[in-house]
Write a protein that binds this ligand. Structure first.
Ligand code: NAD
Length: 337
């Protein structure tokens, strides 16, 4: 591989993936297409700004001409689509941007990759497309899709488009579906960075309902390594699930965080449950383990402590997001273009 295009590389998982690939593939050129929505922070990859192997291209994946322009700059060996509207709560308030970016944007990328004969496409998806589990069982790649939120239904729709392009056109795509990620550079509206930052500032931690919903947690770098394995070894048309084999109720996680931060449980504030809140997600990642030779490497205990340490050491990063100052980084670094 000489050049790959990543979309959404200024977000949480995309920025971790770009950094990992930049480090581990010394000759690889990485073009990053990102619109810089509220969730995109060009500063997340500030350490790569000076690299001749990192090309930032600000733009919208729904903009056909723009996407084709990036693909036409030089041959592309793979495109990985991380760009998405990703916050369930926002999708409940307004599903419009989710339909636009997650579905229409994916269609634009698929068409452009077909036109430019890009030999590999990776769609970064989520376990939420499978819906909710009861107290038993796991999602496998064969589990029928049954999304419950506007976010997960828009992701499921984009997965189905990818599937249809594989089936109809022989398009060389794989789909990855992962459980809840944690780690550095996650936008502080999501549970873990929000709770860590609030607790550090002595603010309350809003827990939905009774906090009984169960999520499976995986360190973002384990997810990124899985995506890399799917990129290099995945079979066209296949879906690969990734998970951390770490199931936990939200309330247990909240109490664990408070304990690690040495803060009182009185900071917990129970709030009205999210409408349609899925009870439990749990992933069976046997296929990724056997076919791709992947397995999670970061233990939850050490990964969570390292994540807490990172947010404590990067309180200014959180502060710049909360104040909105992060949005001017692009203009300062790259000028108006
Ligand atoms: P994020 O919200 O942190 O980042 C999304 C990025 O996409 C941002 O940089 C944003 O500016 C960019 N973007 C949004 N709309 C765009 C558009 N129209 N054109 C170009 N760029 C656009 O999201 P994340 O948590 O890093 O998630 C990345 C992907 O992984 C998403 O597709 C998400 O569905 C999937 N995923 C996330 C998780 C998780 O736990 N965070 C788990 C499984 C799968």
């Amino acid at each position: 591989m000489k050049r790959i295009v990543v979309t959404g590389g200024c977000g949480f998982i995309g920025s971790n993936f770009v950094r990992m690939m930049h480090e581990s593939h010394p000759d690889l050129v990485i073009a990053n297409i990102d619109k810089l929505t509220y969730a995109g922070n060009a500063e997340n990859l500030a350490d790569l700004d000076a690299s001749p192997r990192y090309q930032f291209r600000r733009g919208d994946i729904c903009d056909r001409e723009f996407v084709k322009g990036v693909l036409s700059e030089a041959p592309v060996d793979a495109l990985l689509n991380f760009a998405a509207e990703s916050h369930v709560d926002r999708s409940i308030l307004d599903s419009g941007p989710f339909v636009q970016t997650n579905i229409v944007g994916t269609q634009v990328l698929l068409d452009a990759c077909r036109e430019f004969k890009v030999p590999r496409y990776v769609q970064i998806s989520t376990d939420e497309v499978y819906g909710s589990l009861g107290s038993e069982g796991f999602f496998t790649e064969e589990t029928p899709i049954a999304p419950n939120s506007p976010y997960s239904s828009s992701k499921a729709a984009s997965d189905l488009l990818v599937r249809a392009y594989v089936h109809t056109f022989g398009f060389p795509a794989v789909i990855t579906r992962c459980s809840n990620n944690y780690g550095p550079y996650q936008f502080p509206e999501k549970l873990l960075p929000l709770f860590i930052s609030n607790a550090m500032e002595g603010k309350s931690l809003p827990v939905y309902g009774k906090g009984e919903n169960i999520r499976d947690w995986i360190h973002v770098l384990d997810h990124c390594r899985g995506i890399e394995a799917a990129l290099l070894k995945g079979r066209d048309g296949e879906v690969y699930n990734f998970g951390g084999r770490t199931e936990m109720t939200n309330i247990a996680l909240t109490k664990l965080l408070l304990k690690l931060l040495d803060k009182p449980e009185s900071l917990i504030r129970y709030v009205a449950d999210r409408p349609g809140h899925d009870l439990r997600y749990a992933i069976d990642c046997t296929k990724a383990e056997t076919e791709l030779g992947w397995k999670p490497q970061v233990s939850f205990e050490s990964g969570l402590q390292a994540t807490i340490d990172w947010y404590q050491q990067h309180a200014d990063w959180v502060q710049r997001i909360r104040s909105g100052a992060y949005q001017s980084y692009y203009e300062r670094q790259y000028g108006q273009r």
